[in-house]
Design a protein around this ligand. Structure first.
Ligand code: WTA
Length: 653
């Protein structure tokens, strides 16, 4: 977000309409209740929103920070909370998901049908030896089976690790190995941009050496593409799940039983396995989903456009909405297939009332123009959400005017894979909205913006965002890497008087009213279209190519995707003759895509002869970013060789 944008719009305010406020789920006394008794507030939410097989007596154990235990002596079953109890409450006929495939095929699953399907899948998984605590990798397109698979794993007290279908064989294998998954659930292929993209072949490639921990591969037929078959290891979903019994009793597990691992990029080349557990996580996502999205489950049609491969897909496609008994829309394909108005067609078709999307998508639609959404009837929409990256005020106002008919509130929700659920957001019907700002922590959540000295900054100042008190949805660790967990999140502000503070890795500013504006990452993590990518991971993919001697990657500002991956590489002398710079750049872009996945493919690769370094040998990314964003170069006095940047800028001309 450019500072000009914020200057232009900082004075715009949108107070809640009286009609919206009158009927809003969130009442302003939530703030008072939470500040009077924070732990009591969360205990009330846990009791009000979830079914406990064994009620908890203790809310939080924070006796050995950063190890947090929430509701630890309580027992529950996450899948039971998402499914069976709604059926038992008489809502079996309510639609859980309206699913739309990219080619236009559709399926509707009621709570009763989804419950039965999850029970069948749980029986199959149990038959394959999956027990509480075992890890299952899920590598599927956005089809109902992805959700069924997650819930079946959860039902057994096992742990899922969903890997986004766009990741490569190598990335999948790294995640399988780290979690020691026993089972992979995949599909032959899925639809994307009008074509079938293969998944099972990628799983086969990742397991080709026969040396992984994987015992079975369960395959959903979706794409209809040819697949190879490993007898004894591979099973079809339709041969097993479809014919299994739909009797399955949900067993209760302790609140701190692990629910899932989700890998996300950090500052090193190795992704972090973020670990979430059951009772606290489900409380947090159910509470935030209900209040932030003003969910009236009996009449709303809610659509979060995220893929289950990301945390938004976990918390606000699967667990939050199902815990609340919501009716959701899910869509397999890309927004522009087969026509650029596909999303708006779906809003009209299903009468979507609440839409949750990423700023990148909004900016892409802005570019296409208002004529596309204006072809459709979007009048069912009454609330819009934004997630994943800062939303610039221009895009915010466009979203409200063109998609929201000039009337809908917009909730800009700040959170992370690590936080599990939304932390900073307006509450619709209560907060006076300010385009571009995520504004205020939710009731029950305590955040602060600190200066380098660890002191809170004043209004009008910027600093680092921290969470000052534990919260139920917080990560419980990095899978099998406790040291990295402590170092990454808890060491930066370890000496705060009331115990260590959670360091989010984001910069933030408080405006004149004290509202929070997110300013982007302060570490070497990029945010491209709302997806986190690590500079180090892409650098190591680049140097794994035989042509590359050295590389440096930066996130450069991009009008549509927020940031874009820009790489600088030094090609080995022996190769410089073989290919031109532009041929090399093309080959290397494809290489990154093959190594990590298409989302990591650099927008640009510059072949250079040297990289700017400090005297201690550290690459000066700030300068590279200046170059990538076409700015005048900053201070270069600490460069070992002042000529280096000249070489780079010359190349770019
Ligand atoms: C960024 C996605 C500004 C932030 C839920 C954070 C945001 C990272 C917002 C987490 C927002 C997310 N405004 N920035 N509303 N939401 N971010 O783990 O940099 O994929 O640290 O979780 O996205 O990305 P993650």
């Amino acid at each position: 977000m450019s500072s000009i944008d914020s200057l232009l719009h900082e004075d715009r305010r949108f107070p809640p309409s009286p009609e919206f406020a009158a009927d809003a789920v969130a009442k302003s006394d939530l703030y008072g209740q939470a500040s009077a008794d924070r732990l009591g507030f969360w205990a009330d939410r846990a009791r009000e929103l979830l079914h406990w097989h064994t009620p908890f007596t203790q809310t939080l154990d924070w006796s050995a920070p950063p190890v947090a235990r929430w509701f630890a002596d309580g027992e529950l079953n996450v899948a039971y909370n998402c499914l069976d109890r709604h059926v038992a409450d008489g809502h079996g006929d309510r639609v859980a998901y309206h699913w739309e495939g990219e080619p236009g095929d559709t399926r509707t699953l009621t709570y009763a049908e989804l419950t039965a399907e999850v029970k069948r899948a749980a029986n199959v998984l149990a038959g394959l030896g999956i027990r509480a605590g075992d890890r299952v990798a899920i590598y599927l397109p956005m089809i109902p089976e992805a959700i069924v698979a997650m819930l079946a794993v959860a039902r057994l007290g096992a742990v899922h690790s969903v890997v986004f279908g766009g990741f490569s064989a190598d990335s999948l294998r790294t995640r399988i190995d780290d979690a020691e998954a026993k089972l992979v659930i995949t599909a032959d292929g899925g639809y994307r941009k009008g074509k079938v993209f293969p998944l099972k072949p990628t799983v086969d490639e990742s397991l080709a050496d026969g040396r992984s921990t994987v015992e079975h591969v369960l395959v959903v037929r979706r794409g209809g593409n040819e697949v190879a078959w490993t007898e004894g290891r591979d099973l079809w979903w339709h041969d097993t799940v479809a014919t299994a019994s739909d009797e399955h009793e949900a067993e209760a597990f302790p609140a701190e039983n692990p629910l899932f691992i989700l890998y996300t990029s950090g500052t090193t080349g190795k992704p972090k396995g973020i670990l979430h557990t059951s009772g606290g996580y489900l409380t947090h996502v159910a509470y935030t989903h209900r209040n932030v999205f003003d969910l009236h489950p009996e009449r709303d049609v809610y659509w979060s456009t995220a893929d289950v491969g990301w945390v938004t897909g976990h918390s606000y496609v699967v667990y939050g909405p199902l815990a609340n008994g919501a009716t959701s829309v899910i869509y397999e394909g890309t927004p522009d297939t087969p026509h650029p108005g596909r999303w708006w067609e779906l809003v009209q078709k299903y009468g979507v009332t609440i839409l949750y999307a990423a700023p990148t998508a909004i900016r892409t639609f802005m570019k296409i123009g208002r004529q596309e959404p204006q072809k459709w009837d979007l009048s069912s929409l009454r609330l819009l959400g934004s997630v994943g990256e800062p939303i610039n005020p221009e895009a915010w106002v466009w979203y409200r005017d063109i998609i929201g008919g000039g009337t809908t509130p917009i909730v800009d929700t700040w959170w992370q894979t690590e936080t599990g659920g939304i932390m900073i957001s307006a509450l619709p019907g209560i907060t006076t909205l300010k385009p571009g700002s995520a504004q205020v922590p939710l009731p029950g959540v305590s955040v602060e913006v600190l200066g380098e000295d660890g002191q809170p900054v004043g209004n009008g100042q910027g600093g680092l965002l921290v969470v000052t008190e534990p919260w139920p949805g917080m990560l419980r660790g990095i899978w099998r890497d406790e040291q990295r967990f402590r170092e990454t999140y808890w060491e930066r502000f370890a000496d705060a008087p009331d115990g260590p503070l959670y360091f989010a890795g984001d910069g933030a500013r408080r405006d004149a009213d004290g509202d929070i504006w997110l300013l982007g990452r302060v570490d070497d993590v990029m945010n491209v279209s709302g997806h986190r990518l690590s500079t180090a991971e892409i650098e190591s993919a680049l140097v794994s190519h035989p042509w590359v001697a050295e590389s440096a990657v930066v996130g450069a500002r991009d009008e549509t995707t927020g940031q874009a991956v820009v790489a600088f590489v030094i090609v080995k002398a022996s190769q410089a003759e073989v290919a031109t710079a532009s041929e090399a750049a093309e080959v290397l872009r494809a290489h990154v895509s093959q190594q990590i996945g298409a989302i990591a493919r650099p927008r640009q690769i510059f072949v250079v002869t040297e990289l700017p370094k400090t005297r201690s040998g550290k690459i000066m990314r700030r300068l590279l970013r200046d170059v990538a964003e076409g700015r005048e170069l900053g201070d270069t006095t600490t460069l070992t060789d002042a000529g280096v940047m000249q070489v780079i800028t010359d190349r770019l001309r």
